[in-house]
Design a binder for this molecule. Structure first.
Ligand SMILES: *Cc1c(COP(=O)(O)O)cnc(C)c1O
Length: 373
């Protein structure tokens, strides 16, 4: 059996080990939150945001976003139809309704030409996703948001370190959320980050993420039902080391991305890999595409055959609007197509050029001939 060609996985060096050991040994007493504070400052400075709150996971950062914007029952939020379900559930947690909008098939991000038709007088926010290393069309989203006076949440969980034009994603709308879960480019095992430039949103998120504690009334007083969404100092130390190495991690991801585009992108007409949109500076964390109808085998047959070779590719996300608890107001043809025909190729950071060549050759054999040579 070939070594596991993992879908995702981190690059860990002595620096990460040293930071974690330091946190375990020294992150107590007066320095109990030293690494959390350093991570928040480092991350805010890196992306160019005024405020950052490190959270236990990216989903918590998204939930704090919907809380900070005071969304609730009776409100509608425009949500892109393709994402990990956390994006939609963060809207549902506060009782607001998700109004799903289909994706642009070339970027897998929300199709901005469909947003205005989905806006009603209940619409309070747009929740977009910077999907698989591709930035959403922020100029158009901000134009629409300003026109209708609605807020913008950027789910940048997959695009840590990526830019739209000259700005880091997550800093263009009202609030940005990032994830450091184990399959993302920079990991903490679990971990997330909430960023904003708005002081009131920051204070509200901080308040609700720490049990709504209000010590000014009485020590350990809580003035509303809140949550315990803080990150642990040990996890923060690990993420801090990863963020200090983010340029190196992006470079490694870019090599993997380039190898796939070299070995599989040209010449194999059954697989169409997606390219980074022109206004986006990617983190290259993912390589995604479609299996074309000309393939000798179906997408699911391909994934199963790859798994037999210990190659862990995965399908596109299911359309969120098709899941229980959610409904559709509009057709979701492009999202359905990516769900049924989409491919996410292994881009774990421990993969070598040989691994990518092997994976590409196996995929090519399977889709061109229906078997391995
Ligand atoms: C990973 C991910 C999340 C959730 O992040 P967690 O840290 O796992 O909670 C949300 N949205 C998107 C687009 C993601 O990829």
């Amino acid at each position: 059996m070939h070594k596991k060609i993992a879908l995702a996985g981190p690059d860990i060096t002595q620096k990460e080990v040293d930071y974690v050991v330091d946190a375990v040994k020294n992150g107590w007493y007066e320095t109990y939150d030293m690494h959390i504070r350093k991570l928040e400052k480092t991350f805010a400075d890196y992306v160019g945001a005024k405020y950052a709150i490190a959270t236990y996971c990216g989903t918590h950062a998204l939930h704090l976003a919907t809380i900070a914007l005071n969304l609730g029952p009776g409100d509608e939020v425009i949500v892109t139809d393709q994402s990990y379900i956390a994006t939609a559930q963060a809207v549902s947690y506060v009782g607001a309704e998700c109004v799903f909008v289909d994706i642009d098939p070339d970027t897998l991000c929300i199709d901005t030409s469909l947003i205005e038709a989905a806006i009603t007088d209940k619409t309070k926010a747009i929740m977009l996703v910077h999907f698989a290393g591709m930035a959403a069309d922020m100029d158009e989203i901000m134009r629409i948001a300003n026109k209708y006076h609605i807020s913008v949440i950027e789910d940048a969980c997959q695009l840590v370190g990526g830019k739209y034009k000259d700005k880091y994603v997550g800093t263009i709308g009202d609030i940005g959320a990032y994830s450091f879960q184990g399959s993302k480019i920079a990991v903490g095992g679990e971990g997330g980050m909430f960023v904003t430039n708005d002081e009131a949103l920051y204070k509200r998120a901080l308040h609700y993420g720490t049990f709504c504690r209000n010590d000014s009334i009485s020590f350990l007083w809580s003035d509303d039902i809140g949550y315990n969404y803080r990150i642990s100092n040990v996890t923060a130390a690990l993420i801090l080391a990863q963020i200090e190495r983010i340029d190196e991690l992006i470079e490694k991801k870019k090599r993997i991305y380039d190898w796939y585009h070299e070995f599989l992108g040209g010449g194999c007409e059954q697989v169409r890999l997606l390219n980074i949109p022109k206004d986006c500076e990617s983190n290259y964390a993912y390589v995604v595409g479609y299996l074309e109808d000309s393939s000798e085998i179906t997408r699911d047959e391909l994934l199963n055959k790859l798994l037999e070779l210990n190659i862990h590719a995965r399908p596109g996300y299911p359309s969120m609007s098709a899941m229980p608890n959610y409904t559709r107001r509009f057709p979701m043809d492009n999202s359905e197509r990516y769900w049924k025909k989409g491919l996410v190729l292994p881009t774990a950071l421990n993969l070598t050029e040989e691994d990518i060549r092997f994976t590409s050759n196996m995929i090519r054999d399977l889709v061109e001939r229906g078997k391995m040579e």
